[in-house]
Write a protein that binds this ligand. Structure first.
Ligand code: GLY
Length: 312
């Protein structure tokens, strides 16, 4: 089995000035994730490493650079899952933690629960040595501007036909398969700008934001969280693969059905258990990239698929 790491940097509207940042960030995340395989790590280690890179990168709405709720605060969600035993961990409404994805992995590995949030999650983080940053440390000027725009003009940029050109995109994610055929997924987000404090997104919900099942495939989703959660998008794509669709057809069909039903946009990245790739988004843009053997594939607009040859 040839290992693959595939990432997305969020579906939505990406202003032209920020496209190069998104592409560069996705490529960097893929290459860091893939390095894990070269050191003998699993797909679980690879997706966590890839998402940590994007959580550190202010070009993305996750970790540092997360969007702000209506009170001007960051509240982040993340989930992680591995497909051999359907083990999963997730966190919600996380504040002042640089890498919510690693906290989600701790929930998976150190507790008997799937989802932790609120004060209990913070206590759990501290107990396991996770650094709590000073309030505001993850807030960027970009996030403040996006909130100001939202307060002035409102509007939902994930709605079909929306004129909101500042909504930007939400969520980062990675899916991977390693040489043993293990499938894993990691997804992390700052959510939606101007959200109510306490809002939990699809990204924290297993089956909506993330799903991995070694018998079928693995999915990370992005886009309008409420639509994705109600549609259980990640799990819907897995079920479509189980019914005989390719990873690409399952991803395209489920996203188009969701978009038609809710009038909201979404995107997803998928790998089948045999390593077929599925990438689709109903938004204007979604940065994505993957590495397979010595090729780096990437794109951001519809029907864009670039391939770069790697030296080693
Ligand atoms: N899909 C990310 C969010 O709605 O927060």
């Amino acid at each position: 089995m040839d290992p693959i790491v595939l990432v997305h940097g969020g579906s939505g509207y990406i202003p032209a000035s920020r496209v190069p940042l998104k592409i560069a960030g996705c490529k960097k995340a893929v290459l860091e994730g893939y390095k894990v395989f070269e050191k003998g790590g699993s797909s679980l280690d690879a997706v966590e490493a890839a998402v940590r890179v994007m959580e550190d990168d202010p070009a993305f709405n996750a970790g540092y650079g997360s969007v702000l709720n209506i009170d001007g605060e960051i509240e982040m969600d993340a989930s992680i899952m591995t497909g051999n035993n359907l083990r999963a961990g997730a966190v919600t409404i996380v504040k002042d933690v640089a890498h919510p994805i690693s906290l989600a992995r701790l929930v998976m590995e150190k507790t008997k629960h799937v989802l932790l949030g609120g004060e209990g999650c913070k206590k759990f983080a501290i107990k396991h040595g996770v650094q709590i940053l000073p309030p505001g440390a993850l807030v960027t000027e970009q996030a403040k501007q996006v909130l100001e725009y939202y307060k002035e003009f409102g509007g939902d940029f994930t709605e079909i036909g929306s004129n909101n050109k500042k909504g930007e995109v939400g969520t980062v994610g990675a899916v991977a398969i390693d040489s043993n055929g293990l499938l894993s997924v990691a997804t992390s987000t700052g959510g939606i700008s101007g959200k109510l404090p306490g809002r939990c997104s699809d990204t924290s919900q297993i089956g909506a934001g993330s799903y991995a099942d070694n018998c079928n495939g693995v999915v990370s989703t992005t886009g309008h969280g409420e639509a994705i959660a109600q549609f259980c998008l990640a799990h819907a794509i897995i079920k479509a693969i189980e019914s005989g669709k390719t990873a690409q057809k399952a991803t395209t069909d489920c996203i188009e059905t969701l978009t038609k039903h809710f009038n909201k946009t979404a995107g997803a990245i998928t790998l089948s258990k045999s390593g077929d790739v599925g990438i689709h988004f109903s938004s204007k843009s979604m940065a994505w990239a993957y590495r397979l053997k010595h090729e780096l594939h990437y794109g951001v607009e519809r029907d864009q698929h670039e391939i770069e040859k790697l030296q080693n």
